[in-house]
Design a protein around this ligand. Structure first.
Ligand SMILES: [Cu+2]
Length: 176
């Protein structure tokens, strides 16, 4: 009898404590066991393809100097409010098409992952303003442990990298 009446109160007390606890500790989370993945990552020879509007892409060589694989889960930039991580694959018709990569970009421990025209790339879906050769674009990369890594990349003119979109019907005139 006693337990039946006191349990709901106990539950409410626990819930309140949890709210108070998480409210207190949220700004200073527990230190991660390993170094943040963002500290192990760098990008060499980063660049962005110039474009007046719409879509373009960013490339470079991601390098992981850490002991564990690093997974890039998202990339953000003021230059494009929407950015996707794309891979390029051969579809059933034998055409090379690009599509959002499942699970993000995995950069192996001690290794690299190339982002290049015709391969993996950071897809800028909708430019906020024209990107001209010589401009610099700032990016923030978020990794699977929620650490981040910032880099800037110069804009270059490039006539290639005109892959087909996976569902080309929905993206007529797509050119990146
Ligand atoms: Cu793409």
């Amino acid at each position: 009898m006693n337990t039946r009446t006191s349990l709901p109160r106990l539950g409410a007390t626990i819930a309140l404590s949890l709210v108070a606890l998480t409210g207190c500790t949220a700004p200073a989370a527990e230190p991660p066991a390993a170094a943040p993945a963002g500290e192990a990552l760098r990008i060499d020879d980063a660049w962005v393809k110039s474009a007046d509007e719409g879509m373009t892409a960013a490339f470079g060589m991601l390098r992981n100097e850490g002991d564990g694989d690093v997974t890039v889960t998202s990339v953000a930039s003021a230059a494009s409010p929407m950015i996707e991580l794309h891979e390029t694959v051969e579809n059933e018709a034998g055409e090379m098409v690009m599509r959002e990569i499942a699970g993000g970009f995995v950069v192996p421990a001690g290794g690299g992952l190339a982002l290049e025209p015709g391969g993996n790339h950071i897809m800028m879906m909708d430019l906020a303003e024209p990107l001209r050769a010589g401009d610099e674009v700032a990016f923030t990369v978020t990794l699977s442990d929620n650490s981040t890594f910032d880099f800037t990349a110069p804009v270059k003119d490039y006539s290639g990298a005109n892959e087909n979109y996976d569902d080309a019907d929905d993206h007529e005139g797509m050119d990146h």
